[in-house]
Structure formats: structure tokens, C-alpha cells
Design a protein around this ligand. Structure first.
Ligand SMILES: Cc1cc2nc3c(=O)[nH]c(=O)nc-3n(C[C@H](O)[C@H](O)[C@H](O)COP(=O)(O)OP(=O)(O)OC[C@H]3O[C@@H](n4cnc5c(N)ncnc54)[C@H](O)[C@@H]3O)c2cc1C
Length: 417
């Protein structure tokens, strides 16, 4: 029989932590919830930081996930500026950097990730910024106001989102990427090429297979980026966007299994069953892919995992494994890229629609099985892809390419049978 814990402590007050607290209350949990986060402000959403916040369309208060009044009404004890230093699993308690301790019956780790640092930047330099927090975004926004020449290091989602905003604000933007295509880790070669065409048409310069050797400064501020091939790119603002590493050090000191994040089982429990891990910091078995381990950095993943853990704690998952198809989106200067599912590098690509029309999708297949769908300004394909993947429905490759074929009919047909 499931015993519902009386005290839940959540470490990390980001998207996953707040959602876990909210979902616990929505599921009828009546015990105490302590939400510990080491940032000073109300919990906020990060996606606008590289998009609408940066372009000035969204204010600080619009970023908040919930209000202070809501936390109070929900009886969620929110502790800002609370950095958890250690977990003491035997005593079932966490210790803060202030020395304060908190006991738990169940602990949820939602510690997220932090930006990877660039070896060429041995110490901070004015004008060289990385973006994770609202404080970073505020610094970037103010710097961008006066910038003319921007260098973005890393052609991933975040780098290209910021590059798009900078282009729209009239800057000369040069993206420096160490591999041979944009968003290489996440999308197919064909989608990479289409996205690159879109960005180049908007005026972006991109250098591939390029490594940063050093930064040059004038009067203490960055003035140029020096590449390993000898090129020097002038810059008055540099964004370093070369990926993240999970915040999982807390677990190594207390013996939790760690490998690229907290290792969790198919019900999102760490190697200690009284501790769960969710969101960017959790490496979980991907049910769709026979349990291949994944660690994802997306809002939907954080939200889905938080909701699942809340239900599991309340005993309503009946031992069923976590089985959500991942979804991701990115807005890059008039282009909305949406991805459902996770493809492996060698999965075949099948095109639906015409890339030159500015709206198309790429369906990824492993043998005859649909593994992911990447959509470029095709939200309807994305929506149907989510439903197909969740139900393990694969259109044939001919159906996928045939624009007259209604993919929804496959999903609807399965519902009625
Ligand atoms: C600029 C930006 C743009 C993004 N855009 C998109 C997008 O368009 N679409 C999308 O799906 N995703 C996007 N993401 C990713 C998405 O925001 C993350 O996947 C999501 O925030 C993960 O939530 P999380 O709660 O796991 O981690 P986080 O939001 O990082 O929260 C973790 C919190 O835990 C705190 N913490 C860590 N260690 C401790 C400790 N020891 N004690 C106390 N507190 C601790 C951290 O400081 C942080 O506040 C973006 C991310 C960034 C940075």
C-alpha cells in the first residue's frame, strides 16, 4: 500500500520544482511542502529570457510562474536564497548553506542545470555574458541596447534565439559554431540546413568548425573574439551559449547514482526511493526507446515529470512508468521550430511540405517506426505528431510525404476502434 509522505521538500524553485508543488496540491496532497530555491526572486519561466524579455515585450513580473499570494494560499513554504548544501539520506534531511536543516519524508530534486563555461575565458570579462537567469537576461538586455557588433558562441537553440533578437535590433551578428551545422544535437541535417537558410536570409553570419581561442579587451570590455584559425571578429557584446551541465553534485556527496544528472528509474526515483529527481537535472529511461537514458532541457519535460511524480506520491500512477513523449519549441526570428519525440542521429528523414514555402515538417523514422517530427512553422503537423507518437502510431513514409493525406485520420481511427 502506498504511504503518502507527510513532509515533502523540493530542492530547486524553477519550472519543475514549482510545478511539483502545484501538482501535489492539485492532487489533494495535504502535508507540508517546502520549496527551496537559491535564487532571490519569485520563481520565473526561462523561455522568454532569450525571446520576448530580451526584445522588451515582456516585463519582469510577467515572467513569474506564480504570485507570492498564490504560494501562501496553497500553503507552499517558499524559501528564496536557500541553497541546499547537503542531503543526509539516513536522517532524511537536507542542510542549507546557513546551517539550517529541514526534515523530509520525500525529497524532490529539481535543481536544473547551469551554463557550461568556455575554457578560452579564464576569468569574467565585461561584455561577455552567458544566459540562464533573469539577472543574466537583464545584463544582456541592457548591453544589447548599445551593442552594434554581437558575437554568439554556439549555434544551439538559445544562441540562435538571442542572435535573432539582436538582428531584429539592428546589430551585426556573427555566430561561431564548433561543429558543422546549427542545432546539431537536436535536429536533422535537412532541418539544420533550412534553419540556416532562414537565419542567413535575415542577415546572420555563421562560421562553422570554428573554435574560440581568446578574447581581446579594450578598457576592460570585450573588443574582439580570436578564433583558432587566426580570424579576429570585432565585438562589443559576446554571448556564450555552449550548452549546460546538470546540477547534480548534491547527489554525489550522499551516494546517489549520478551520470549526466541524477539517475532515476522508470518512475523517476533516484537510487534512494525516498528521493525523486525531475526536470533538467534528471537522467531518465525513455520508455518510447526501450529505456535508453535521456536528460532533456525543456519546459514540457519539467512539467510532465513534476505532474507524474506528484501523482506517484499520491499513489495514483498504480506502478505505471513515466511515459511522455518529449516536446520542444524554439522561436527564432519569425520561425517557430517545434519538435515532438527524440530521434537518433541515423534515423531517416522524410519531408512533408515544401521548405521553400517557409512551412514544412521532417518526419524521422527508424525502420518503419516514427521516432520524431520536426516542424518549421507547421503547428498542425506538430500537434498531430504528438498524438501519433504518444500512441505509437506510425504513418507510412508515403503517407507522411503526401500532403493530401490527412494524418489526423490515423489518430482518429485509433480512437474509435
Ligand atoms: C534562456 C532560456 C531559454 C529557454 N527556452 C526554452 C524554450 O523555448 N522551450 C523550452 O521548452 N525550454 C526552454 N528552455 C529550457 C527550460 O527553461 C528548462 O528546461 C526548464 O527551466 C527546466 O526547469 P527545471 O526546474 O528543471 O530547472 P531550472 O528552471 O533551472 O530550475 C532549477 C532551480 O534550482 C536552483 N538550484 C540548483 N541547485 C540548488 C541547490 N543546491 N539549492 C537550492 N536551489 C538550487 C537553480 O538555481 C534554479 O533556480 C530555456 C532555458 C533558458 C535558460
Amino acid at each position: 500500500m502506498n504511504t503518502i509522505p507527510r513532509a515533502v521538500v523540493i530542492v530547486g524553485a524553477g519550472q519543475a520544482g514549482v510545478q511539483a508543488a502545484s501538482a501535489l496540491r492539485a492532487e489533494g496532497y495535504g502535508g507540508t511542502i517546502d520549496l527551496l530555491g537559491n535564487e532571490p526572486c519569485l520563481p520565473y519561466q526561462r523561455p522568454p529570457l532569450s525571446k520576448s524579455y530580451l526584445s522588451g515585450d515582456v516585463a519582469d513580473e510577467d515572467l513569474h510562474l506564480e504570485t507570492a499570494a498564490w504560494f501562501a494560499e496553497q500553503r507552499i513554504e517558499r524559501l528564496p536564497d536557500a541553497h541546499v548544501d547537503t542531503i543526509e539520506p539516513r536522517q532524511k534531511r537536507v542542510r542549507l548553506s546557513t546551517g539550517q536543516t529541514l526534515d523530509y519524508d520525500h525529497l524532490i530534486l529539481a535543481t536544473g542545470a547551469r551554463n557550461r563555461s568556455l575554457p578560452a575565458l579564464s576569468e569574467p570579462m565585461r561584455g561577455v555574458i552567458s544566459l540562464r537567469t533573469v539577472a543574466d537576461a537583464a545584463a544582456l538586455t541592457s548591453r544589447l541596447r548599445d551593442a552594434r557588433r554581437v558575437v554568439v558562441i554556439g549555434a544551439g537553440f538559445l544562441g540562435l534565439e538571442v542572435a535573432s533578437v539582436a538582428i531584429a535590433q539592428g546589430c551585426d551578428v556573427h555566430v561561431v559554431e564548433s561543429v558543422d551545422r546549427v542545432m546539431q544535437r537536436a535536429i536533422s541535417v535537412d532541418m539544420s540546413q533550412a534553419c540556416l537558410r532562414h537565419h542567413r536570409a535575415a542577415g546572420l553570419t555563421v562560421s562553422f568548425d570554428a573554435r574560440v581561442d581568446a578574447f581581446c579587451a579594450q578598457d576592460g570590455s570585450v573588443s574582439a573574439v580570436k578564433l583558432a584559425d587566426g580570424r579576429v571578429i570585432q565585438a562589443d557584446l559576446v554571448l556564450v551559449a555552449i550548452g549546460v551541465v546538470p546540477n547534480s553534485e548534491l547527489g554525489s556527496a550522499c551516494g546517489l547514482e549520478i551520470f549526466n544528472g541524477f539517475i532515476v528509474d522508470d518512475q523517476l526515483r533516484t537510487s534512494d526511493p525516498a528521493i525523486s529527481a525531475i526536470g533538467d537535472c534528471a537522467a531518465f529511461p525513455y520508455a518510447f526507446d526501450d529505456g535508453d537514458r535521456l536528460r532533456l532541457e525543456s519546459v514540457q519535460n519539467a512539467v510532465d515529470q513534476a505532474c507524474y511524480v506528484a501523482r506517484r506520491i499520491m499513489g495514483t500512477t498504480d506502478g505505471r512508468r513515466y511515459d511522455q513523449v518529449p516536446v520542444f519549441w524554439s522561436d527564432q526570428g519569425g520561425m517557430r521550430l517545434q519538435i515532438a519525440g527524440v530521434a537518433r542521429r541515423l534515423d531517416a528523414s522524410v519531408l512533408r511540405g515544401d521548405p521553400t514555402s517557409g512551412a514544412f515538417s521532417i518526419f524521422r523514422y527508424r525502420d518503419d517506426r516514427l521516432t520524431a517530427v520536426e516542424s518549421f512553422n507547421r503547428p498542425t503537423d506538430h500537434m498531430v505528431a504528438r498524438r501519433m507518437l504518444q500512441r505509437r502510431i506510425s504513418p507510412s513514409r508515403a503517407e507522411a510525404t503526401d500532403m493530401t493525406f490527412d494524418l489526423k485520420s490515423l489518430v482518429n481511427a485509433t480512437v474509435t476502434t
